[in-house]
Every structure is written in C-alpha cells, then in structure tokens.
Design a protein around this ligand. Structure first.
Ligand SMILES: [Zn+2]
Length: 180
C-alpha cells in the first residue's frame, strides 16, 4: 500500500505542472516576444531661420513667422548657400540693395554676365517654385536646366533644378520640406 501511494504522489505533481503550462501559455506573452516600440516622431524641429522650436506639422515658425517649407539656393563655387521661405520672392542680381542676399557673392568674376536686376525666385504656399526674369529682360538670359526662359514670364523650378543667370553663373535650387 505504501508503495502505491508513493506512486500517486509522483504522478500528481507532473499533472499539475502540465495543467499550469496550458493555462499560462496562450495568456500574456513573455516580454521578450512583444514587438519593439516604434520610435516616436519628433514633436518639433528647429526653425531654419531663427532656430526656435517649430511644432511638427506647423506650416510656419511661431517666432519669426517664416514658413517651415523653404527653398535652398546653392552656388556658384560654394559662394552662396542661403534659405528663403514662402512669400516675397528672392531677388537675384548684382544690385547691392535690390538683391541684398546675393549681390555680395556675385560682385566679382562669379557674377560675370549677371545683370544688376536679373531674376526673382519665388516659393508659393502650395509648394511650387518659380523663376522670373525681370520684365525688361537681361543681356545674357536666364535659364532653367539650360533652357532659356522668356522675360517677364514665370517658369516652374523643381527640387534639384539648375538655374542660370546668364551662361556663366549657375545655381542649384532645392526644396526643403518641414523638419528636413
Ligand atoms: Zn523662426
């Protein structure tokens, strides 16, 4: 009799253990099986103009009001790297007052063939960019990807396009989306 009881004791714990496994199995998965949490998207990014924090999704900087989306103008020979938001166009030329942002960099040989008031580059709120040669025209022409544009008529410019003020002065235009 003692022997058979001992055998029952041996069997029961095994049965209980198996039962517990089945109940626990389909319940909570072990922590190491949970999918890793995706990184949270940034809630703000620094303003390109004044470095204030711009909330993600906001179209403009709360401090300086510049649009989060902006264009970037590069060239020639790394002499110019500037950013410009939506609204009034960026004036391109050698006139020191009319084209304040670029005239200094274009004052020497780099600006050869560039008129004093040559063209205007504009980013509109719908995210399109336009280049307009000044209405009275220029001596050496204005180009988008080597194609001459007529004076006084705006021509579309896309991200990565090369614009030319005359034949010897070229810029690359980039469209920078908010937060980028
Ligand atoms: Zn700002």
């Amino acid at each position: 009799m003692d022997k058979s009881l001992a055998q029952d004791d041996d069997v029961l714990p095994d049965f209980d253990e198996g039962d517990e496994d089945e109940e626990g199995g389909p319940g909570e998965p072990p922590p190491w099986q949970e999918p890793p949490h995706a990184p949270e998207p940034p809630r703000s990014h620094p303003c390109w103009s004044c470095a204030a924090a711009v909330p993600a999704g906001s179209p403009a900087c709360p401090e300086c009001q510049e649009s989060a989306r902006h264009l970037r103008l590069l060239g020639p020979g790394a002499s110019i790297d500037l950013r410009h938001g939506e609204g009034p166009p960026l004036r391109l030329g050698r006139h020191p007052v009319w084209a304040t942002a670029v005239a200094g960099a274009l004052s020497g040989d780099r600006g050869q063939g560039v008129s004093r008031r040559h063209a205007e580059l504009q980013l509109t709120p719908d995210g399109t960019m336009w280049l307009t040669e000044c209405a009275h025209g220029t001596l050496n022409g204005t180009y988008v990807n080597d194609e001459r544009i007529p004076p006084g008529t705006r021509a579309p410019v896309h991200d990565g396009d090369v614009i030319g003020l005359g034949r010897n002065c070229a810029f690359t235009v980039l469209l920078v989306e908010p937060g980028a």
